[in-house]
Each structure stands twice: as C-alpha cells, then as structure tokens.
Design a protein around this ligand. Structure first.
Ligand SMILES: Cc1ncc(C[n+]2csc(CCOP(=O)(O)OP(=O)(O)O)c2C)c(N)n1
Ligand SMILES: [Mg+2]
Length: 1030
C-alpha cells in the first residue's frame, strides 16, 4: 500500500538522519551514568486520538485494520474519522477537502513517532545503563526525548499507530495501536536498560528485523527459577575459583577475572545454546584475563592439574615418546575437553595456546575452526564455531583484530561467523579508554562488517546470559560475526601484585565499595523469593569443598598423558622418536597422469592467449619429460600429494595467478569470465576444497595466523602461505616469533606450514630483494658448535630443530622438499626462500626423471629419490680430482650467475656446490664435499653472493645479502664447526666475498646493483686468493 511505502521511506530517512547524528556528536568514551538533556517542546496542534475511533477493527492486526479502514473509507469517507479521511486523501492523491491542518498533524505525528522509535534503535545504547561503576556521565542524545518531536506529557495517554511495511518489533504492522507512554516505556526497557544494542549499521533488513523481534518484545525476558539456580551455581563457581586461588597463592600472577565474573555463566549459557542449535565443537582463543577461570569452569581442565601448575608444576615424568618442550606459564597453555551441555549433549571445547601478544591468537583460532569444518564436512559451518575473548584495550588497539574480522566473509576463509566477547573492564593495564582509543566504544571496529554489538552491564548476570544466548542464536542463523561487550571492571590491579590506585584512584575508590556481581545476584534472587539463603549457602559449601578436595589431590598430580596429539595426529613422532627418512619420488606413470590432468584445459575453455601458450608449453614438458619449470614442478608436487589423499591449501596475496604471473593455477575464460582450476580435477569427483588455492585479503598477520591455525588441525595436509615478496612476511612477525619458531617447544603443537618467500637480488630495490633470511636463521635453534647425529638411519636433526629453512635451486628439488613435508612422521615449519628470476630462467629446469623413483635415474639412492639438502658440483669430476683449485659453496639463484661466469671464463678449476637446505645445516654433506677435494694446506672457504662459496686453497663465503644479513652469520659458525671436525681450518680460514654491512637490504639503483653483482661474481672466481676479513 502506498502509505506503507511512504512510511518506510520516511523511516529510512530517519535512520540515515540518526546515524549521521550519532556520528557527528562527540559521545563520551565511558559507560557511565546518563544524563537526560531537556529540550523545550514546540506547541503542536491537537489531532484526533485513535482511541476515539468507534470502529470494531482494533482487535485485529493493525495491517488488517488499516486495510479494512481503507476499504470502509473507500465505500463511504464519512464512515471513518475525519483525520483518517484526510490521511487517505493525502496518500491516495485526492485533495483533502476539509481540515487540512488536522490531517497534516496526524501524518506528521506518525512520522515523528517513527523517528522516535528509530532514534531508540540507533541511539538507545547511548542512554543504556552499561557501566557498573557509574563513573562518568554520558550525554543522552536529544532525539531520545519525546519533546524533541514536539510531544508533551499530555500526549502520553494518546494512542498511535506506527506500523511500517516489512518491519519487525515496534514498527511491525502487527503490533496493536499503543499509547505514547507505553511505547516510550517499552522502548526505554528494550534499548536503555542494562543492554545497549548496536545493530542499525547493518544493511540487511532481514537481520535487523530478526534483532528487532528479539529486542522489541512485548515484555522483557524472564528466566524461571530452575534456570536462575543454574546461573547462580555458575556464578558461584566463577567467583569462588578466583577467591580460592587468591587465598592459596597470594603472590601468584593469575590475571583474575574479579569484576568480570559473569563472563563464565555467560559463556556457558552461550555454549549450551550453541549446542542446542547444532554446534559440536568450539575453538576458543583468549588472552590472560580470566583464562584460568575459563580453563577450569568452561573448558573443564582438571582442577588438580591447574592447582598443580600453580604450585610450580612438575615437569612431566620421563616416558618413552613423552614430549615436554620448554613449557610455558600456566595462563598461556591450551587444552581441550568434551563437556556435557545443559541440553544433554556433548560439546568439544579446545582452548588454543597463545603467547603474551594480545589478539595474535585470533586468526589462528579462526583458521583452526575453518580446518575443523573442512575435515568434519561441515559445509554449512554450523557444527564448528570459533569464539574469541578479547580485552577492551586490545580489541580497540591491535590491528590483527581488524585483519581477522576481515577474513570473516571471504569464501575461503569464512567460518560462518566468530563470536567475540570483550571483557571490557574499562582499563588496559594502567591506561584509561580516553588514552587508549579514539572511538566511542572499544568494539567500534566490528561495525565495519555489519556485526551486531551487544553492550551489556557486567553486573547484570541475566542480561549477560541473555545477550550471550542471543549471540549464539545470531551466529547459528546468520552465519556471521557477532560481538558481546561485557562492560565490567577490574577489581584488583592488572595482575594481583599490581597497585591500581597509583593510576586510577577515583575508579578504585568506587570499586572498593562496589558489591560483586555474585552479591548483587544473590540479593536479587532473595528479594524475588525464588531462592532462599540456605540454597545459596548450600551451593557455596559444595563448590568450596570440591575446590579444597581438588587442591589436596593436586599435590600428587603427575602429568602423564601426552595431550598434544588430537585424533588426527596419532602415530606422529615427537622429536625424541626417530622418524625414518622417506622417498619422495613418484612412479613415472602417476607423474604422467597428473601432469596431463593439470596441464590440460577443457576443450571449450577460452583462456587468455598467453596463458593458453603457457599451458601448451606445460603440456609439452610433461609429454617430453624435459625442461620442467618451477610452476610445473610445484603443480606436480600438489597433484601427487592430492592423489595420495592429502589436502593441499595455498593462500596468500594473488597466489592464484602468482605475483610473477608464473603459476596460473586458476585460469579465466576470456569470454565468460568463468574460472578453471586444473588441480581441482586430479581425482575423479574431487572434493572442491581438497585443493584450495586462494587469493587472500591484503593482510600478512591475519592470513599467516589463519593458515597456521589451519595447518595445526590435521597433519595430512600441505598448507602453504606465499608472500607477495618475502619481506612482507614481517607484517606477520608476531606469528613467526611467537608461534612458529617456538610454538612446538612451548606448547607441544606441531605444524608443517610452508612459507614461500620470494627472495633474491635482482635489482628491484631494497624492498623486494630480501625475505630477511637472517631472521629465520637467527631464530633457528640448532647449536652452531655441535654436529648432531647425521647417520641417515638415526638422524633426528630436523625433528630436533624448530624449523627448516631452504633455498632450492631446481624445480625437482622444490618438488621434493614440498613432498618431504608430508612424507615423514612429524611436522615442522618450512621456510622457502623462493625464487623470482628462476621461475623463467633458461637453465632452471629439471627433467621428469628427477621427480620419479626409478633406479638409475638422477637422485635415486637406496631410499629412493629425495630432496637434496646439498647439490654437488654438476661438472662430472671425480673425487679428489686434480686441478680443482677451488670449491665454491653457494645457495640460491646466485648459483646460476656463478655458473655462467665460470663458463665464460672457462673456470674448470672451480667447483660450485649449492647448499639447498641452510637450516638445519647439512654437516654430513658439507663434510663430504670437503673430503672430495684435495686438501691444499689448510682449506679455506670464501663467501659468495646469494650464499657462500668454499675455496679449497681458501675457504671463503660468498653471499648476495649484505654481511649483516642473509646466511653469513649462521653459516660461518656451522661451517667452521664442520671444518674443525675434519681439521680443515678454523674461523680465520673463512674468507668473505659479498656486500658490506648495510642498513638497507639492497641498492635502489639497478645500475649499481648490476655493477655490484658483476664484481662479486668475478671476485669469487678470480685466481688471486681472497683475504677478507682476515
Ligand atoms: C601485543 C601486546 N602489547 C602489549 C602487551 C602488554 N600488555 C599486557 S596486558 C595489557 C593490557 C591489556 O588491556 P586489555 O586488552 O584491556 O585487557 P585487560 O588486561 O584489561 O583484561 C598490555 C598492554 C601485550 N601483552 N601484548
Ligand atoms: Mg581492559
């Protein structure tokens, strides 16, 4: 009907206006008591109240009522009140014959009421009673006052109809006509109580209507006695747990939840409701605050274990294969349990271990949740849920929050919505919100993605429970993110030994006299008469006695069980158990088959001309078995792993085509725009996610964290992240430092995540040459002075190291190093300094026989064909060959430059050897090479460009990177150890050929680069001895 649409457009205008209003005013950044701003009312002419209408339609729904009213008016305009007569005339385009003033007033008032309701929907939260401490006053927006619209007290008893087409809640067409006073009262209850709803930024009407239906209910939510007892029990557990820890370990840091204890019952109710709606598994990420409480009361980590850890914990007893690592402080550890729910179901909960770095765990949790969804075939994403608990300071301040939020709707990263809970204690260590953020709420960042935000007063347990349940329902229905902001306080200092009054004296004066949420709730229940003091005492007694019992038991607690292996990981080896080195070669017929499948495009597909040519060339490579390039080698690695039943996932910026336009894993039909990914068609009826290649959002921290979480779920997957250029990886430095290099040691969790970091000096300037190889090598934990067991049947060198760093130089070796990640009984991160100019280099090619496992083919040995940690000189000279004056050890693409120079100068007296695996250092192969060449006096090694070179009459290192970067420091120490063990010289015998130390990674001038590079290569091959640095 016309007037419904008119009303709707007016209400939209009103929304816009309110949103603009909410942006242009400068609201306080505190959730404090509210102060109504009074406005003088303008005189409004009196219209005819609806209640004076003497028709019989009021019992029906209002839309029916209006339709009937219209019909009656159409039959006889005099049968309805004059005001309605004018109303219909106006909207139906007929001239109002009488009382134009009255008609205008009625319509105007309806519109104003719409604006009022809209104002509550948009701004009600700004008047809501959210701060338990009531510290500072917030200005109430003027549009929440009826006088703003010209209404006076006299209008309160008048009835109004405010139904709007396709609207829910107050404005629904089905709501009966109500008095102004009842409308305002209910609006106040709904929007300005202890919950502040922010959802009007959401564009989707259906979602807003769903929320309006939940918020603008005719009556407020009431819980029955039975549920209230459950809430009370849970709140007592939460409160008593902290009290108990405080009395037993007075000086221990535990980052207690005091002041925010309602989080625990809130979470539990949220999880129960989620389970009712089909959730079977929840991955939780959270920082320090209240973590122990969550572990004990939500995840149900045994109290004996928690108490034992508090008492200093015992390192787990020696047991074969027990994996102890360095351990971590108790409030960083993760765990997982199956928990029964109120509805009689079981739900699997896992709390992900995390470092101190606030919010860094967010993308990890989301990635892990996504992986769980893949492995449990949870296509609708309803069985696996990610829940993140944040602090107010960190949610507003840490950029990774935004980076994680922005993954939420991307097809290859979505988890169907994360539930965020902010424990908003209105302080961050010693910093007030005023100094910590520029936005009104700490949650404002979530508004960027249409997530509803429920602010709730943390002292009102039932309100907390209500919004927690609402959040669970929202997520299960709309499969998108939602935020619960529990506005609470921190009863003590940042930790228990901190003095908060140094910096927040006013706040802490109030906190000292502020009753706990438990005291408030107990009082409420006693006053309601639903529960007596003896019931309360009984629960307290029960909880206390369990805590005491578990405390006594904790003294004898011994951690025996390895809890690091989830079901998928059974059979995998810890660093203490040898994992046999395996063949990574593949049967020739499989190579041919997958090669064909991945280099052929469908007949009717119309790729870009250049791409077509590339695919034809690829097809040719497979057919002839010759000239296989980098991209085909990678494809063959992926395809063969898929054939073996593994999941392969490659993500990163522009990885589908490849930054250097070399991959073309996804091809685009130039006419239809359709996409085709050959690797999706390696197996018959292949699951469409089994191979995933996905361009990511332009985020390093978020996406690397996501892939890390993804990779940790199931070992039978090759998960890779590729940087646009290697140096961008440092945008995710926290993940590298805190999770990848040390995660296994701290938390006993393995990952085989692979990083492809384009690296190499080719004159592209300081920002695109270096993937910061030195960082990875510097963090490698292999002892530079100790050569570990290198016998191939006993070797655990990689298992014992924190990660692997390689710089492979042939497509075949790249193929094998990728396959090696899966063909072993442990998982270890792999950092690949991946090439740029080798992607198309004429000499950087392999033949198919290097990929297979046929006896007699290159690379085949007793174990089959494997990744070569070191590639010896390619000119077929014999061991101890006479006339070889110099052995050059190098690594990476510089090999090709050296080789070319050697050919140019006909340098037959120089052998060039490539170290493909830098970390852990291939001592055995380095020593093998040292032994292969005649010992002229003391051996000397000199260092070359991309890595290092070794001269027989001189030992020298040669690198591309400046001396303070690259592999120089890492290799020098280990090379020296290898040399000393063979009596082939010491540190002083290691000579350096390479760039001088430098602040920038490379020159910005391409001509300078060419000059530098040429000089270095010539110097490495020159006849004269090298005398630098000694
Ligand atoms: C990335 C990062 N920077 C700094 C710190 C040091 N730090 C530890 S707790 C904290 C305050 C956190 O405030 P908030 O997020 O509000 O959590 P709360 O402690 O109040 O629960 C800070 C700055 C950290 N842990 N991580
Ligand atoms: Mg805080």
């Amino acid at each position: 009907m016309a007037w419904f649409r008119a009303a709707r457009s007016i209400s939209q205008l009103a929304t816009k206006r309110n949103i603009i209003l909410s942006r242009t005013t400068t609201p306080s950044r505190f959730f404090q008591t509210t102060k109504a701003v009074q406005y003088s009312s303008s005189p409004v002419p009196r219209p005819v109240p609806l209640s004076r209408l003497t028709d019989s339609f009021l019992d029906g729904t209002s839309s029916v009522y209006l339709e009937e009213l219209q019909r009656a008016w159409e039959n006889d305009p005099n049968s309805v009140d004059e005001s309605w007569d004018n109303f219909f005339k106006n909207f139906l385009g007929q001239k109002a014959s009488t009382s134009p003033g009255i008609s205008g007033q009625t319509i105007q008032e309806s519109m104003k009421l719409l604006l009022l309701v809209r104002a509550y929907q948009v701004n009600g939260h700004r008047k809501a009673n959210l701060d338990p401490l009531g510290l500072e006053q917030r200005e109430v927006p003027d549009d929440l006052d009826i006088s703003f619209y010209g209404f006076t007290e006299e209008d309160l008893d008048r009835e109004f109809f405010i139904g709007v087409w396709k609207m829910a809640g107050f404005l629904s067409e089905n709501r009966p006509v109500r008095t102004l006073s009842s409308i305002v009262t209910r609006l106040e209850q709904a929007y300005c109580g202890t919950v502040g709803y922010e959802y009007m930024h959401i564009a989707d009407r259906e979602k807003c209507n769903w929320l309006r239906d939940k918020i603008e209910t005719p009556e407020s939510t009431q819980y029955d006695t039975e549920r209230r007892v459950v809430f009370l029990d849970r709140l007592i557990w939460s409160t008593q747990f902290e009290n108990f820890l405080a009395t037993k370990w007075t000086a221990a840091k535990r980052f207690g939840l005091e002041g925010g204890e309602t989080l625990i019952p809130g979470m539990k109710e949220m999880f129960d409701r989620a389970a009712d709606r089909g959730v079977e598994s929840i991955v939780i990420g959270m920082s320090h605050r209240g973590r122990l409480n969550v572990l004990a009361n939500v995840v149900r980590k045994p109290l004996t274990q928690i108490f034992n850890e508090f008492s200093g914990g015992t390192k787990p007893v020696d047991e074969d294969g027990l994996y102890t690592g360095t351990g971590d402080v108790k409030y960083h550890l993760g765990t997982s349990y199956d928990r029964p729910t109120r509805g009689g179901k079981r739900i699997h909960l896992s709390l992900v271990a995390n470092p101190s770095h606030l919010e860094a765990v967010d993308p990890v949790v989301v990635g892990k949740t996504r992986a769980k969804q893949y492995y449990s075939n949870d296509r609708d994403r309803v069985k696996n849920l990610g829940v993140l608990i944040h602090g107010d300071g960190s949610f507003a301040g840490q950029g990774v929050v935004y980076e994680t939020l922005h993954l939420s709707a991307l097809p290859n990263y979505t988890t169907g919505g994360t539930i965020h809970i902010v424990v908003n204690n209105q302080v961050a260590f010693t910093t007030d919100p005023r100094s910590g953020r520029s936005s009104q709420y700490c949650t404002d960042v979530a508004k960027a993605l249409d997530a509803p935000i429920f602010h709730v007063n943390g002292d009102d347990l039932e309100a907390v429970v209500h919004v927690c349940e609402l959040a669970a329902e929202w997520r299960q229905i709309f499969h998108s993110d939602v935020v619960v902001d529990i506005v609470c306080y921190r009863r003590f200092g940042h930790n228990e030994i901190d003095e908060p009054s140094f910096t927040q004296p006013k706040m802490y004066k109030i906190i000292r006299n502020h009753p706990s949420a438990l005291e408030i709730y107990q009082k409420k229940l006693l006053e309601s008469g639903q529960i007596g003091q003896e019931d309360i005492d009984r629960i307290h007694k029960k909880v206390n006695s369990i805590l005491n019992e578990e405390f006594v038991n904790s003294k004898d607690h011994v951690t025996r069980k390895r809890d690091w292996l989830s079901a998928y990981w059974s059979g995998f080896k810890s660093p203490e158990q040898v994992s046999r080195i395996q063949n990574t070669g593949v049967k020739p017929e499989i190579l041919k088959n997958v090669g064909k499948a991945t280099t052929t495009l469908p007949d009717n597909f119309k790729p870009h001309r250049a791409v077509k040519k590339i695919y034809e060339q690829r097809s040719q490579m497979i057919e002839t078995g010759k000239g296989i390039d980098w991209a085909v080698a990678e494809t063959l690695a992926f395809a063969t792993l898929l054939v073996e039943g593994n999941h392969v996932r490659l993500s990163g910026q522009d990885v589908e085509r490849g930054t250097f336009s070399h991959r073309h894993a996804v091809v685009h039909d130039q006419e239809t725009g359709e996409k085709y990914c050959p690797l999706d068609h390696v197996l018959p009826n292949q699951n469409d996610e089994m191979f995933t290649v996905s361009n990511s959002s332009l985020s390093e921290f978020g996406v690397v964290g996501f892939e890390l979480g993804y990779s940790m779920e199931n070992p039978n997957s090759l998960v890779l992240w590729e940087a646009q250029f290697g140096d961008f990886a440092n945008g995710a430095q926290v993940i590298f430092d805190q999770f990848l290099s040390s995660g296994e040691s701290k938390w006993l969790r393995q990952t085989g995540l692979v990083f492809l970091l384009p690296h190499g000096y080719d004159g592209q300037g300081p920002e695109h040459s270096s993937a910061r190889l030195e960082r990875f090598l510097q963090m490698s934990d292999d002892n530079p002075y100790v050569i570990p067991e290198m016998d191939s049947t006993l070797r655990k060198q990689i298992q014992e190291c924190n990660w692997q760093v390689v710089n492979t130089t042939t497509p075949a070796n790249y193929f094998h190093v990728l396959r090696r990640q899966i063909h072993r009984e442990f998982r270890k991160p792999l950092i690949v300094m991946s090439p740029k100019n080798l992607l198309r280099h004429k000499d950087c090619k392999s033949s198919l026989s290097e990929f297979d496992d046929v006896q007699g083919h290159p690379g085949f040995d007793k174990q089959g064909t494997r990744f070569k940690r070191l590639i010896k000189d390619q000119s077929n000279h014999s061991d101890l060959e006479k006339g070889i004056r110099r052995l050059v050890l190098c690594s990476g693409k510089i090999y090709y430059e050296l080789d070319e120079e050697r050919k140019r100068v006909n340098g037959k007296d120089v052998a060039i050897c490539r170290v493909e695996q830098l970390c852990p250092f291939p001592y055995d192969l380095i020593q093998r090479e040292l032994k292969r060449y005649p010992k002229v006096g003391k051996g000397r090694i000199c260092k070359l460009d991309a890595s290092f070179a070794n001269f027989i009459n001189q030992i020298s290192l040669f690198m591309e990177e400046p001396m303070n970067m690259g592999a120089y420091n890492y290799v020098t120490l280990r090379l020296c150890t290898a040399m000393r063990a063979l009596d082939r010289g010491t540190m002083e015998d290691i000579k350096y050929v390479g760039r001088a130390p430098s602040a920038a990674t490379a020159t910005g001038f391409s001509q300078v680069h060419v000059k530098e590079q040429t000089e270095l290569v010539q110097k490495a091959l020159k006849q004269d001895p090298i005398n630098y640095p000694w």
